[in-house]
Design a protein around this ligand. Structure first.
Ligand code: IPM
Ligand code: MG
Length: 375
């Protein structure tokens, strides 16, 4: 069975890290007969330049019919002045919305070899493994009314609306509970129920679903500001955190930084399971396009490569392959090989290209040693 992946390198360092992901996919095609077909396409600033819009209807259609979408990063100073509706970021938001990718999984995992890269003390972050489930297609990012209006007195007024429905809360909370069952079985749900009606509803609906279907999972509620604080104080108390679009955006950046580098973290954005058993899915590193280091060949491709591992796991049921790839990343870090963003004393600094190459070599070595064990 052939699976089609739409590849969207986007802007800034996107094309550089995507090139390494493509090598990894090629390796799995060659060594595991994975039958993954890669179809490159445009999104973001490069799409504005080529097609006049950050996401064309043709590209959107191709993403809809693909088995998975792999995206690197969008945006840059070149397009900073254009209107919100046609900015590079609007292409990404449209893709999330149109494919109904409501559940955004953002793991924050500390690799043993990188425990010193965190700005927190090693004993606080060692072994850390948190999964943030961020609602991605509703809330204040999409709520109406929105806009900037002129008032009669000459002032201006900016408006955005936070809005959630029962269905939107239940479907994302369900993803969190299901994930927790395969992990440490704990869910922390975050909102601001003390000041926002939408937060009160969020808390009530998560509790109702828990009571009805997930009593075996340990559920606690936390105000989002407290969660931000607890993530720094004692992050290991968390297993799965489920929260809305805006709080999730902020808390996931914070959680990411606990691990030492944004350059290490992948993400998955999933839609519901469709009648034919398939689900729309988008995989992307959580870092941005980093225009300041783009084109220098120094970007860390590991978040992009780990996004490929998430795609294997969540879209293609390729569990063995996902584990092999994650193991390769762990081993390469264990050997002291580093890109600039995670460099530390006594380690060897690699370019983007060389890091991709190191992963391929490690994959081959791991495969060899597995075969040797079997023989
Ligand atoms: C993210 C980013 C996006 C967001 C931007 C680029 C629109 O910060 O994926 O976290 O705010 O969702
Ligand atoms: Mg963000």
């Amino acid at each position: 069975m052939t699976r089609r992946i739409v590849m969207l390198p986007g802007d800034g360092l996107g094309p550089e890290v995507m090139a390494e992901a493509m090598k990894v996919i090629d390796w799995f095609n060659g060594h595991f007969s994975a039958n993954l077909e890669m179809a490159p396409d445009d999104i973001g600033g490069c799409s504005i330049d080529r097609h006049g819009v950050p996401l064309s209807e043709t590209t959107l259609q191709r993403c809809r019919s693909a088995d998975a979408v792999l995206l690197a990063a969008v945006g840059g100073p070149k397009w900073d002045k254009v209107d919100y509706a046609v900015r590079p970021e609007a292409g990404l938001l449209k893709l999330r919305k149109e494919l109904d990718l409501f559940a955004n999984l953002r793991p924050a995992k500390v690799f043993d070899a990188l425990v010193d890269a965190s700005s927190l003390k090693p004993h606080i972050v060692r072994g850390l493994d948190i999964m943030i489930v961020r609602e991605l297609t509703s809330g204040v990012y999409f709520g109406e009314p929105r806009g900037i209006e002129k008032l009669a007195n000459g002032e201006r007024r900016g408006v955005n609306t936070q809005v959630y429905t029962t269905r939107e809360i239940h479907r994302v909370a369900r993803v969190a509970f299901e994930l927790a069952r395969k992990r440490k079985n704990r869910v922390t749900s975050c909102e601001k129920a003390n000041v926002m009606e939408s937060g009160k509803l969020w808390r009530e609906e998560v509790s109702a679903l828990h009571q009805a279907e997930y009593k075996d999972v340990e559920l606690s509620h936390m105000y989002a500001d407290n969660c931000a604080m607890q993530l720094l104080r004692n992050p290991s108390q968390f297993d799965v955190i489920v929260t809305d679009n805006l709080f999730g955006d902020i808390l996931s950046d914070e959680a990411a930084m606990l691990t030492g580098s944004l350059g290490m973290l992948p993400s998955a954005s999933l839609g519901g399971i469709k009648a034919d058993g398939r689900r729309a899915a988008l995989y992307e590193p959580i870092h941005g396009s980093a225009p300041d280091i783009a084109g220098k060949g120094i970007a860390n491709p590991l978040a992009m490569i780990l996004s490929v591992a998430m795609m294997f796991r969540y879209s293609f049921d390729m569990m063995k392959e996902a584990e092999l790839l994650e193991k390769a990343v762990e081993n390469v870090l264990g050997k002291g090989l580093r890109t600039a963003d995670i460099m530390s004393d006594g380690c060897q600094k690699l370019s983007t290209l060389d890091m991709g190459h190191a992963i391929i070599l490690e994959l081959s070595a791991l495969k060899q040693s597995k075969m040797a064990v079997r023989a």
